[in-house]
Write a new protein. Structure first.
Length: 419
Protein backbone atom coordinates (compact mmCIF):
# COMPACT_ATOMS: atom_id res chain seq x y z
CA UNK A 1 0.00 0.00 0.00
CA UNK A 2 2.83 2.39 0.82
CA UNK A 3 4.30 1.85 -2.66
CA UNK A 4 0.97 2.52 -4.37
CA UNK A 5 0.52 5.62 -2.24
CA UNK A 6 3.94 6.97 -3.22
CA UNK A 7 3.13 6.38 -6.91
CA UNK A 8 -0.03 8.47 -6.48
CA UNK A 9 1.89 11.31 -4.87
CA UNK A 10 4.50 11.22 -7.64
CA UNK A 11 1.80 11.23 -10.33
CA UNK A 12 0.18 14.24 -8.66
CA UNK A 13 3.48 16.10 -8.94
CA UNK A 14 3.76 15.16 -12.61
CA UNK A 15 0.41 16.87 -13.08
CA UNK A 16 1.82 19.91 -11.27
CA UNK A 17 4.86 20.13 -13.52
CA UNK A 18 3.30 19.77 -16.99
CA UNK A 19 1.47 23.14 -17.08
CA UNK A 20 4.40 25.04 -15.54
CA UNK A 21 6.51 24.78 -18.69
CA UNK A 22 3.81 25.08 -21.36
CA UNK A 23 3.43 28.84 -21.62
CA UNK A 24 7.10 29.65 -22.08
CA UNK A 25 7.62 27.07 -24.82
CA UNK A 26 4.45 28.08 -26.68
CA UNK A 27 4.73 31.86 -26.28
CA UNK A 28 6.87 32.61 -29.39
CA UNK A 29 3.99 31.15 -31.45
CA UNK A 30 1.08 32.22 -29.22
CA UNK A 31 2.08 35.89 -29.07
CA UNK A 32 1.61 36.79 -32.76
CA UNK A 33 -1.45 34.55 -33.01
CA UNK A 34 -3.16 36.37 -30.14
CA UNK A 35 -1.81 39.79 -30.99
CA UNK A 36 -0.25 40.08 -27.52
CA UNK A 37 2.67 42.22 -26.46
CA UNK A 38 6.03 40.60 -25.72
CA UNK A 39 5.66 41.04 -21.96
CA UNK A 40 2.10 39.72 -21.68
CA UNK A 41 3.40 36.23 -20.88
CA UNK A 42 4.78 37.75 -17.70
CA UNK A 43 1.33 39.05 -16.82
CA UNK A 44 -0.18 35.58 -17.25
CA UNK A 45 2.62 34.07 -15.20
CA UNK A 46 1.96 36.67 -12.50
CA UNK A 47 -1.75 35.83 -12.32
CA UNK A 48 -1.03 32.09 -12.10
CA UNK A 49 1.52 32.66 -9.35
CA UNK A 50 -0.87 34.98 -7.51
CA UNK A 51 -3.39 32.15 -7.35
CA UNK A 52 -0.75 29.78 -6.02
CA UNK A 53 0.13 32.24 -3.24
CA UNK A 54 -3.49 32.40 -2.09
CA UNK A 55 -4.03 28.64 -2.13
CA UNK A 56 -0.69 27.83 -0.50
CA UNK A 57 -1.40 30.19 2.41
CA UNK A 58 -4.86 28.63 2.82
CA UNK A 59 -3.57 25.08 2.37
CA UNK A 60 -3.27 24.25 6.08
CA UNK A 61 -6.93 24.85 6.82
CA UNK A 62 -8.00 23.25 3.51
CA UNK A 63 -6.14 20.04 4.34
CA UNK A 64 -7.81 19.90 7.75
CA UNK A 65 -11.25 20.31 6.21
CA UNK A 66 -10.88 18.21 3.05
CA UNK A 67 -7.90 15.92 3.58
CA UNK A 68 -4.84 15.80 1.35
CA UNK A 69 -6.35 13.31 -1.11
CA UNK A 70 -9.59 15.18 -1.76
CA UNK A 71 -7.76 18.52 -2.00
CA UNK A 72 -5.34 17.06 -4.55
CA UNK A 73 -8.24 15.68 -6.60
CA UNK A 74 -10.14 18.98 -6.66
CA UNK A 75 -6.97 20.90 -7.49
CA UNK A 76 -6.14 18.57 -10.36
CA UNK A 77 -9.63 19.13 -11.79
CA UNK A 78 -9.14 22.89 -11.52
CA UNK A 79 -5.90 22.80 -13.49
CA UNK A 80 -7.34 20.42 -16.09
CA UNK A 81 -10.35 22.65 -16.65
CA UNK A 82 -8.22 25.77 -16.91
CA UNK A 83 -5.91 24.17 -19.48
CA UNK A 84 -8.87 23.04 -21.55
CA UNK A 85 -10.10 26.62 -21.44
CA UNK A 86 -6.70 27.83 -22.69
CA UNK A 87 -7.10 25.64 -25.77
CA UNK A 88 -10.30 27.42 -26.84
CA UNK A 89 -9.92 30.89 -25.27
CA UNK A 90 -10.86 33.53 -27.89
CA UNK A 91 -9.15 36.54 -26.36
CA UNK A 92 -6.48 37.62 -23.89
CA UNK A 93 -8.99 38.45 -21.13
CA UNK A 94 -10.04 34.79 -21.08
CA UNK A 95 -6.44 33.73 -20.57
CA UNK A 96 -6.20 36.01 -17.55
CA UNK A 97 -9.45 34.64 -16.08
CA UNK A 98 -8.43 31.01 -16.68
CA UNK A 99 -5.01 31.63 -15.14
CA UNK A 100 -6.71 32.11 -11.75
CA UNK A 101 -8.00 28.52 -11.28
CA UNK A 102 -4.79 27.21 -12.84
CA UNK A 103 -2.79 28.95 -10.11
CA UNK A 104 -5.18 28.02 -7.29
CA UNK A 105 -5.03 24.34 -8.21
CA UNK A 106 -1.26 24.26 -8.59
CA UNK A 107 -0.64 26.00 -5.28
CA UNK A 108 -2.89 23.67 -3.32
CA UNK A 109 -1.23 20.54 -4.74
CA UNK A 110 2.26 21.92 -4.17
CA UNK A 111 1.86 23.10 -0.56
CA UNK A 112 -0.19 20.11 0.63
CA UNK A 113 2.11 17.42 -0.75
CA UNK A 114 5.33 19.24 0.17
CA UNK A 115 4.24 19.54 3.80
CA UNK A 116 3.10 15.91 3.87
CA UNK A 117 6.36 14.56 2.49
CA UNK A 118 8.56 16.85 4.64
CA UNK A 119 6.77 15.61 7.76
CA UNK A 120 6.54 11.91 6.94
CA UNK A 121 9.30 10.91 4.51
CA UNK A 122 13.06 11.14 4.31
CA UNK A 123 15.11 13.50 2.17
CA UNK A 124 15.46 11.19 -0.83
CA UNK A 125 11.67 10.99 -1.19
CA UNK A 126 11.47 14.79 -1.26
CA UNK A 127 14.09 14.90 -4.03
CA UNK A 128 12.27 12.22 -6.01
CA UNK A 129 8.94 13.99 -5.47
CA UNK A 130 10.35 17.09 -7.16
CA UNK A 131 12.05 14.88 -9.73
CA UNK A 132 8.58 13.88 -10.85
CA UNK A 133 7.63 17.56 -11.04
CA UNK A 134 10.57 17.77 -13.43
CA UNK A 135 9.18 14.83 -15.42
CA UNK A 136 5.99 16.81 -15.92
CA UNK A 137 7.86 20.04 -16.67
CA UNK A 138 9.99 18.19 -19.25
CA UNK A 139 6.92 16.65 -20.88
CA UNK A 140 5.22 20.03 -21.32
CA UNK A 141 7.58 21.55 -23.93
CA UNK A 142 7.94 18.18 -25.69
CA UNK A 143 4.18 17.95 -26.12
CA UNK A 144 3.91 21.58 -27.18
CA UNK A 145 6.83 21.43 -29.64
CA UNK A 146 5.27 18.32 -31.24
CA UNK A 147 1.95 20.04 -31.88
CA UNK A 148 3.65 23.22 -33.09
CA UNK A 149 5.93 21.31 -35.50
CA UNK A 150 3.47 18.66 -36.73
CA UNK A 151 0.11 20.42 -36.52
CA UNK A 152 1.09 24.11 -36.36
CA UNK A 153 -1.25 24.47 -33.39
CA UNK A 154 -0.38 25.46 -29.84
CA UNK A 155 -4.08 25.08 -28.95
CA UNK A 156 -3.94 21.34 -29.65
CA UNK A 157 -0.97 21.17 -27.28
CA UNK A 158 -3.05 22.63 -24.47
CA UNK A 159 -5.90 20.23 -25.32
CA UNK A 160 -3.59 17.22 -25.10
CA UNK A 161 -2.26 18.32 -21.70
CA UNK A 162 -5.77 18.90 -20.35
CA UNK A 163 -6.70 15.34 -21.34
CA UNK A 164 -3.68 14.04 -19.41
CA UNK A 165 -4.76 16.09 -16.39
CA UNK A 166 -8.35 14.80 -16.48
CA UNK A 167 -7.05 11.23 -16.76
CA UNK A 168 -4.96 11.74 -13.64
CA UNK A 169 -7.94 13.28 -11.86
CA UNK A 170 -9.95 10.15 -12.62
CA UNK A 171 -7.18 7.98 -11.18
CA UNK A 172 -7.12 10.12 -8.02
CA UNK A 173 -10.90 9.77 -7.73
CA UNK A 174 -10.77 5.98 -7.98
CA UNK A 175 -8.02 5.71 -5.37
CA UNK A 176 -9.39 8.36 -3.01
CA UNK A 177 -10.19 5.85 -0.19
CA UNK A 178 -6.50 4.89 -0.12
CA UNK A 179 -5.57 8.29 1.31
CA UNK A 180 -7.73 7.73 4.41
CA UNK A 181 -6.39 4.22 4.95
CA UNK A 182 -2.77 5.34 4.70
CA UNK A 183 -3.50 8.29 6.99
CA UNK A 184 -4.73 5.90 9.69
CA UNK A 185 -1.67 3.68 9.29
CA UNK A 186 0.61 6.70 9.44
CA UNK A 187 -1.01 7.93 12.65
CA UNK A 188 -0.77 4.48 14.24
CA UNK A 189 2.90 4.19 13.34
CA UNK A 190 3.60 7.67 14.65
CA UNK A 191 1.94 6.94 18.00
CA UNK A 192 3.66 3.58 18.31
CA UNK A 193 7.11 4.72 17.24
CA UNK A 194 9.86 4.85 19.81
CA UNK A 195 11.97 7.19 17.71
CA UNK A 196 10.92 10.82 17.29
CA UNK A 197 12.26 10.91 13.75
CA UNK A 198 10.63 7.72 12.43
CA UNK A 199 9.34 7.96 8.86
CA UNK A 200 6.37 6.32 7.11
CA UNK A 201 6.99 3.93 4.25
CA UNK A 202 10.80 4.16 4.22
CA UNK A 203 13.15 1.25 3.93
CA UNK A 204 16.21 2.80 5.49
CA UNK A 205 18.21 5.92 4.83
CA UNK A 206 19.44 9.11 6.31
CA UNK A 207 18.52 11.51 9.05
CA UNK A 208 18.42 15.23 8.42
CA UNK A 209 21.77 16.89 8.41
CA UNK A 210 20.98 19.43 11.11
CA UNK A 211 18.32 17.58 13.08
CA UNK A 212 20.01 18.19 16.41
CA UNK A 213 20.44 21.94 15.99
CA UNK A 214 17.24 23.93 15.71
CA UNK A 215 17.65 27.66 15.22
CA UNK A 216 16.26 29.65 18.18
CA UNK A 217 13.05 31.70 18.05
CA UNK A 218 12.47 35.05 19.66
CA UNK A 219 8.82 35.11 20.62
CA UNK A 220 5.89 32.74 20.61
CA UNK A 221 4.67 30.29 18.00
CA UNK A 222 2.40 32.95 16.51
CA UNK A 223 3.00 34.25 12.99
CA UNK A 224 5.13 37.11 14.31
CA UNK A 225 7.10 34.73 16.53
CA UNK A 226 7.71 32.23 13.73
CA UNK A 227 9.01 34.97 11.47
CA UNK A 228 11.43 36.03 14.21
CA UNK A 229 13.21 32.67 14.17
CA UNK A 230 16.80 33.32 13.16
CA UNK A 231 17.35 32.47 9.51
CA UNK A 232 13.69 32.42 8.46
CA UNK A 233 13.78 35.72 6.58
CA UNK A 234 16.94 34.74 4.71
CA UNK A 235 15.37 31.38 3.86
CA UNK A 236 12.29 33.12 2.47
CA UNK A 237 14.55 35.31 0.31
CA UNK A 238 16.31 32.18 -0.98
CA UNK A 239 12.94 30.62 -1.91
CA UNK A 240 11.86 33.89 -3.55
CA UNK A 241 14.88 34.00 -5.85
CA UNK A 242 15.07 30.23 -6.42
CA UNK A 243 11.57 29.98 -7.86
CA UNK A 244 11.98 33.35 -9.53
CA UNK A 245 15.04 32.28 -11.50
CA UNK A 246 13.63 28.82 -12.27
CA UNK A 247 10.45 30.39 -13.65
CA UNK A 248 12.32 33.16 -15.47
CA UNK A 249 14.48 30.66 -17.34
CA UNK A 250 11.47 28.43 -18.06
CA UNK A 251 9.27 31.29 -19.27
CA UNK A 252 11.78 33.41 -21.22
CA UNK A 253 14.43 30.85 -22.18
CA UNK A 254 12.75 30.00 -25.48
CA UNK A 255 12.24 33.69 -26.32
CA UNK A 256 15.93 34.32 -25.59
CA UNK A 257 17.02 31.46 -27.86
CA UNK A 258 14.73 32.67 -30.66
CA UNK A 259 15.39 36.39 -30.27
CA UNK A 260 19.08 36.47 -29.36
CA UNK A 261 20.42 33.16 -30.69
CA UNK A 262 18.38 32.88 -33.91
CA UNK A 263 16.86 29.47 -33.16
CA UNK A 264 13.54 28.24 -34.51
CA UNK A 265 10.60 28.13 -32.10
CA UNK A 266 10.53 24.32 -32.25
CA UNK A 267 14.24 23.99 -31.42
CA UNK A 268 13.98 26.55 -28.63
CA UNK A 269 11.07 24.68 -27.06
CA UNK A 270 13.10 21.49 -27.25
CA UNK A 271 16.03 23.08 -25.40
CA UNK A 272 13.73 24.44 -22.71
CA UNK A 273 12.47 20.89 -22.32
CA UNK A 274 16.10 19.77 -21.89
CA UNK A 275 16.54 22.47 -19.23
CA UNK A 276 13.63 21.02 -17.26
CA UNK A 277 15.05 17.57 -18.00
CA UNK A 278 18.25 18.67 -16.26
CA UNK A 279 16.21 19.51 -13.17
CA UNK A 280 14.50 16.13 -13.39
CA UNK A 281 17.65 14.05 -13.80
CA UNK A 282 19.42 16.09 -11.14
CA UNK A 283 16.69 15.40 -8.60
CA UNK A 284 16.65 11.72 -9.44
CA UNK A 285 20.40 11.51 -8.79
CA UNK A 286 20.16 13.76 -5.73
CA UNK A 287 17.66 11.37 -4.17
CA UNK A 288 20.37 8.70 -4.00
CA UNK A 289 23.11 11.12 -2.97
CA UNK A 290 21.10 12.39 0.02
CA UNK A 291 21.53 8.95 1.59
CA UNK A 292 25.26 9.70 1.96
CA UNK A 293 25.73 13.48 1.79
CA UNK A 294 24.07 16.23 3.83
CA UNK A 295 21.44 18.41 2.22
CA UNK A 296 23.43 21.53 3.07
CA UNK A 297 26.37 20.36 0.95
CA UNK A 298 24.13 19.42 -1.97
CA UNK A 299 22.33 22.76 -1.86
CA UNK A 300 25.62 24.68 -1.95
CA UNK A 301 27.03 22.55 -4.78
CA UNK A 302 23.84 22.99 -6.79
CA UNK A 303 24.01 26.76 -6.44
CA UNK A 304 27.59 26.87 -7.68
CA UNK A 305 26.78 24.64 -10.69
CA UNK A 306 23.78 26.83 -11.57
CA UNK A 307 25.89 29.99 -11.42
CA UNK A 308 28.52 28.34 -13.63
CA UNK A 309 25.77 27.49 -16.12
CA UNK A 310 24.48 31.06 -16.02
CA UNK A 311 27.96 32.40 -16.83
CA UNK A 312 28.15 30.04 -19.82
CA UNK A 313 25.13 31.77 -21.35
CA UNK A 314 27.45 34.67 -22.18
CA UNK A 315 29.63 32.48 -24.42
CA UNK A 316 29.18 32.89 -28.20
CA UNK A 317 29.44 29.25 -29.26
CA UNK A 318 26.01 27.56 -29.36
CA UNK A 319 27.36 24.30 -27.96
CA UNK A 320 28.57 26.14 -24.85
CA UNK A 321 25.63 28.39 -24.06
CA UNK A 322 23.22 25.51 -24.56
CA UNK A 323 25.31 23.41 -22.17
CA UNK A 324 25.02 26.35 -19.77
CA UNK A 325 21.23 26.14 -19.97
CA UNK A 326 21.37 22.46 -19.05
CA UNK A 327 23.82 23.15 -16.20
CA UNK A 328 21.42 25.70 -14.72
CA UNK A 329 18.77 22.96 -14.60
CA UNK A 330 21.15 20.44 -13.05
CA UNK A 331 22.33 22.96 -10.49
CA UNK A 332 18.83 24.00 -9.48
CA UNK A 333 17.81 20.36 -8.96
CA UNK A 334 18.80 19.80 -5.29
CA UNK A 335 18.07 23.30 -3.96
CA UNK A 336 14.29 23.47 -3.64
CA UNK A 337 13.61 19.97 -2.22
CA UNK A 338 16.67 20.25 0.02
CA UNK A 339 15.58 23.54 1.57
CA UNK A 340 12.04 22.27 2.05
CA UNK A 341 13.09 19.05 3.72
CA UNK A 342 15.39 20.89 6.13
CA UNK A 343 12.55 23.06 7.45
CA UNK A 344 11.46 20.83 10.38
CA UNK A 345 15.08 20.14 11.34
CA UNK A 346 16.26 23.75 11.18
CA UNK A 347 13.27 25.57 12.60
CA UNK A 348 11.44 22.95 14.67
CA UNK A 349 8.57 20.61 13.85
CA UNK A 350 6.06 22.77 15.71
CA UNK A 351 6.82 25.62 13.28
CA UNK A 352 7.23 23.50 10.14
CA UNK A 353 3.63 23.61 8.88
CA UNK A 354 3.44 27.40 9.06
CA UNK A 355 6.91 27.92 7.66
CA UNK A 356 6.41 25.61 4.70
CA UNK A 357 3.29 27.60 3.87
CA UNK A 358 5.29 30.82 4.11
CA UNK A 359 8.07 29.32 2.00
CA UNK A 360 5.54 28.34 -0.66
CA UNK A 361 4.14 31.87 -0.58
CA UNK A 362 7.64 33.38 -0.89
CA UNK A 363 8.44 30.99 -3.75
CA UNK A 364 5.29 31.87 -5.65
CA UNK A 365 5.82 35.56 -4.96
CA UNK A 366 9.15 35.14 -6.75
CA UNK A 367 7.33 33.47 -9.64
CA UNK A 368 4.76 36.27 -9.59
CA UNK A 369 7.19 39.18 -9.65
CA UNK A 370 10.52 38.19 -11.19
CA UNK A 371 9.49 36.79 -14.63
CA UNK A 372 7.23 39.81 -15.32
CA UNK A 373 10.03 42.08 -14.09
CA UNK A 374 12.37 40.51 -16.60
CA UNK A 375 9.72 40.82 -19.33
CA UNK A 376 9.38 44.54 -18.57
CA UNK A 377 13.15 45.10 -18.53
CA UNK A 378 13.61 43.13 -21.77
CA UNK A 379 10.81 45.02 -23.51
CA UNK A 380 12.48 48.32 -22.55
CA UNK A 381 15.98 47.13 -23.49
CA UNK A 382 16.65 43.85 -25.30
CA UNK A 383 16.22 40.11 -24.76
CA UNK A 384 20.03 39.82 -24.71
CA UNK A 385 19.93 41.01 -21.08
CA UNK A 386 18.66 37.53 -20.14
CA UNK A 387 22.04 36.07 -18.92
CA UNK A 388 22.76 39.13 -16.74
CA UNK A 389 19.42 38.87 -14.92
CA UNK A 390 19.68 35.09 -14.47
CA UNK A 391 23.16 35.29 -12.92
CA UNK A 392 22.10 38.16 -10.63
CA UNK A 393 19.13 36.16 -9.30
CA UNK A 394 21.33 33.10 -8.72
CA UNK A 395 23.96 35.06 -6.79
CA UNK A 396 21.37 36.65 -4.50
CA UNK A 397 19.90 33.21 -3.79
CA UNK A 398 23.36 31.85 -2.94
CA UNK A 399 24.12 34.71 -0.54
CA UNK A 400 20.78 34.29 1.26
CA UNK A 401 21.19 30.53 1.69
CA UNK A 402 24.76 30.93 2.94
CA UNK A 403 23.58 33.43 5.56
CA UNK A 404 21.29 30.74 6.98
CA UNK A 405 24.20 28.27 6.99
CA UNK A 406 26.28 30.83 8.89
CA UNK A 407 23.57 31.25 11.53
CA UNK A 408 23.21 27.49 11.80
CA UNK A 409 26.95 26.99 12.24
CA UNK A 410 26.97 29.64 14.97
CA UNK A 411 24.15 27.84 16.77
CA UNK A 412 26.03 24.55 16.54
CA UNK A 413 29.18 26.15 17.96
CA UNK A 414 27.25 27.67 20.88
CA UNK A 415 25.62 24.31 21.54
CA UNK A 416 29.04 22.62 21.59
CA UNK A 417 30.46 25.23 23.96
CA UNK A 418 27.51 24.91 26.36
CA UNK A 419 28.10 21.17 26.59
Amino acid sequence: MATIFLVLIYLAFISLGIPDSLLGSAWPVMRPDLGATFGFAGVLSMVVAGGTIVSSLACGSLVQRMGTGRLTLVSCCLTAGALLGFSVAPSLIWFILLAIPLGLGAGAIDAALNHYVAENYKAHHMSWLHCFWGVGATMGPIIMSYYIAEHNSWRNGYTAVSIIQFSLAFLLLVTLPLWKRVAKIREAQRLGSKSKGSQLGDDGGEESSESAHVLPVAGSSSKAGVLRIKGVKQTLIAFFFYCGVEATVGLWGASYLVGARDMTAESAAGWVSIYFGGITVGRLITGFITMKIHNRVLIRCGQMVAIAGGLMLFLPLPQLFLVGLVLIGLGLAPIYPGLLHETPARFGRESAAKLIGYQMAAAYTGITLLPPLFGFIASQTNITIFPFIVVAFLVIMLLSAEKVNSLLKRTQNLSTISK
